[in-house]
Write a protein of this length. Structure first.
Length: 267
């Protein structure tokens, strides 16, 4: 399959951006362990954060193929920048788009789709990794508020100055079969009881923002429940399935960049 003219133009545009804008400065961010805000701002202006989202939310009306093309070209030059975009779209904004109410979408999507704000996806935990079935974070409904207690680890895009929210998986009760009822809840940045830990000292992806998060009697409105209560596991599995497609594009870009290939063909 050949790419359309529009996708070829996107690929050329992102390739030039990666070589001319990202490549000259990214080493400095690695050395100083700083987040590339200016690069993110320019990617937002290019519309990259809005590639798979409809125009009604400020998106480009594209799909995951368009996102994959952009991610591959970015990853050929630097994987930190690529994973920042991938996580912002697939794990940050996409859960809101897929499962949010009309009000939640209008409140949060425009800023996320434009790249003016970022969001994290709080699944991984210190003792259980990304095994959603082992989730220990708890959320109890107290009147019209969720009270959240627990911690998350290795959460991408969770501690930048433009991070707007983190979607958190939490146990909200028991199912009839005795298994944990898992739901997803949106926690805005700056909510009392929500603490972002220091940035990890990583071997790679040093310009990517990654933190441990803690929640101590963190209260958010009951309306911040994302999707149907108890459907959090199904929601996150769907989100992760889409995210893996985008991550595959990042992996291809890294391999092509290391191999020095100048041309890609798309089956």
């Amino acid at each position: 399959m050949q790419l359309t003219e529009e996708l070829e133009a996107l690929r050329a545009s992102v390739r030039d951006f990666a070589r001319e804008v990202v490549a000259p400065v990214i080493a400095g961010h690695y050395e100083q362990h700083t987040f590339p805000y200016e690069i993110v701002r320019q990617m937002g202006k290019m519309g990259l954060f809005g590639l798979p989202f409809p125009e009604e939310y400020g998106g480009m009306g594209g799909d995951y193929l368009a996102l994959g093309v952009a991610l591959e070209e970015l990853a050929r030059v630097d994987s930190s920048v690529a994973i920042t975009l991938e996580a912002a779209v697939s794990l940050g904004a996409m859960p809101i788009y897929r499962y949010g109410t009309a009000e939640q979408k209008q409140r949060w999507l425009p800023a996320l789709v434009s790249g003016e704000a970022l969001a994290g996806f709080g699944l991984t935990e210190p003792g259980f990794g990304s095994d959603a079935g082992g989730t220990q974070t708890r959320a109890v409904l107290d009147g019209d508020e969720w009270v959240i207690n627990g911690s998350k680890a290795f959460i991408t895009n969770s501690g930048t100055t433009i991070t707007r929210l983190v979607t958190v998986t939490a146990v909200t009760g028991k199912r009839p079969d005795g298994r944990s009822e898992i739901s997803t809840i949106v926690v805005p940045s700056g909510t009392p009881g929500f603490t972002v830990g220091p940035s990890y000292d990583k071997v790679g992806w040093c310009a990517s923002d990654t933190h441990e998060l803690s929640f101590v009697d963190c209260r958010v409105p009951a309306a911040n429940l994302l999707g149907e209560r108890g459907r959090g596991l199904a929601q996150l599995l769907s989100v992760l399935a889409e995210s893996r497609i985008a991550l595959a594009a990042v992996g291809v870009g890294i391999a092509v960049g290391i191999g020095g290939s100048r041309r890609r063909t798309y089956p």
